[in-house]
Design a binder for this molecule. Structure first.
Ligand code: SF4
Length: 442
């Protein structure tokens, strides 16, 4: 039996593609191993969004290629965004790679496997119109109680710094029926937490139904037995409407957690980024959300050092961060990407300035986060247990509605002997740290 090893890099959206490819491999009787030394074929699902991600992808490809020299591995396949972006150029530059499978060609992963077996080299780049559905076998790699569900692929927003529309194609939504059928299957397998993802989750349905349908989708998903939490990730602010806010506020299964990447807060920079909201639009929306959904946790991300960002623009971003007191913030330094409008803007910010701004914003956010976590002391939280601490017997760790998987801190729970991953328990927070909380099981 042929054995394949898989490395999935980048975001949760890429992870779902990995899981679908794992399903295709399994359907073709290919055994999957966690140990690259045991693999006949090594597949790397890459990210090529920004410089740091490209570097990580290349270095992982080179590491995996070492297993070819050592013996068992017969070939390396590169899937995902990096391959889609650089295509033949990447194949020419990396003789170690047998096949490239673009983001529109994951369903052709077996052609790449066959290329390895026949000692050929292939470039598989399809039309960027692929979408998975509920009938495809998907081997989830997340813990048994939690899964990502991709509701749409691609993006049509065209933010001036972003290569996603180029490497993932135009925005295209799955049907409500397909998503509901998939979530039912996941619930039957014991999944309790569903994390809805897309490049822009709030636009869900606009392409297929003429207007955003996220609330309509959520109304169907909350009916599914066994699902305890539904979490919304990657919400672009534009279509975050009142109907959606009200539904989140009224429906206990929808986590009071909103991940809304805002990228900046200064109008001149937002305009240059080709974002569609002004600072005052964003402030208005955040106010509505916080008023309607008490206890809501908002995660956002910002880019510092966008071309033309002056000290004044940066000050305006800092003020916004301090005013809004977001519970979770991711900060990125701007990455100059070829073939994007921002990549050819003249007033690029020096790397040292970007770094300085990154650290300044990070330290401000650390203070905000610590303060907000202290405010949690004495509050009750329902925690989904993820495991037992190896260092501290009787202490488990997990997440509440306030923590998304993979990106946020965690909650350590005392008096947790015997608790297993997937258990849900009531706790009271005893101490807040910068990113994590300590709670006691009640
Ligand atoms: S909305 Fe997100 S994925 Fe789409 S172009 Fe903008 S940054 Fe890229």
């Amino acid at each position: 039996m042929l054995t394949a090893g898989f490395v999935s890099l980048g975001c949760a959206k890429n992870l779902v593609d990995t899981e679908i490819m794992l399903g295709i491999l399994a359907d073709n009787n290919i055994h999957i191993t966690d140990n690259p030394q045991d693999a006949d074929i090594l597949i790397i699902n890459t990210c090529g969004f920004i410089d740091a991600a490209k570097e990580e992808s290349i270095s992982t490809i080179m590491q995996m290629a070492e297993y070819k020299k050592e013996g068992k591995c017969r070939g390396v396949i590169v899937a995902g965004c990096l391959g889609q972006r650089y295509q033949q150029e990447l194949l020419d530059e990396l003789p170690e790679v047998a096949a490239i499978v673009g983001t529109g060609a994951w369903h052709r992963i077996m052609e790449a496997v066959n290329a390895v077996l026949y000692n050929e080299r292939v470039l598989l780049i399809g039309e960027m119109d692929t979408l998975y559905d509920e009938n495809m076998r998907r081997i989830t790699t997340t813990p048994t109680y939690s899964a990502y569900v991709k509701v749409a692929e691609g993006c049509s927003n065209c933010c001036s710094y972003c290569v996603i529309p180029m490497v993932r194609g135009k925005y295209r939504s799955r049907s409500i029926e397909s998503i509901v059928a998939e979530v039912k299957k996941l619930a039957e397998r014991g999944v309790k937490e569903i994390n809805l993802i897309a490049q822009d989750t709030t636009s869900y349905g606009r392409d297929q139904y003429g207007e955003p349908q996220l609330t309509a989708l959520l109304k169907e998903l909350v009916k599914i037995e066994g699902i305890v939490w539904i979490r919304l990730l990657y919400c672009y602010p534009k279509y975050f409407n009142e109907e959606l806010i009200e539904f989140i506020a009224s429906e206990p299964k929808i986590c009071n957690y909103i991940d809304m990447p805002l990228q900046h807060a200064d109008d001149e920079i937002l305009l240059a980024m080709n974002r569609r909201d002004t600072r005052s639009d964003i402030e208005g929306l955040l106010k509505k959300i916080r008023t309607a959904i008490p206890g809501v946790v908002i995660r956002t991300s910002f880019i510092v050092g966008f071309p033309g960002e002056t000290d004044k623009h940066f000050e305006s971003l800092k003020n916004f961060l301090l005013e809004q007191k977001f519970e979770r913030v991711g900060i990125f330094t701007y990455s100059q990407e070829e073939d994007t409008p921002a990549g050819s803007m003249e007033d690029q910010v020096p790397a040292s300035v970007k770094e300085e701004r990154y650290h300044e914003l990070m330290s401000l956010q650390c203070r905000v986060s610590e303060e907000l976590n202290h405010d949690m002391e004495g509050k009750a939280l329902t925690v989904l247990i993820e495991g037992q601490s190896k260092e501290q017997p009787g202490v488990a760790f997990g997440r509440s509605y306030r923590e998304a998987p993979d990106v946020d801190g965690c909650i350590y729970v005392e008096n947790a002997e015997g608790l297993l991953p997937g258990d849900i328990v009531q706790t009271e927070v005893v101490q807040g740290f910068t990113y994590d909380l300590l709670a006691e099981r009640k």
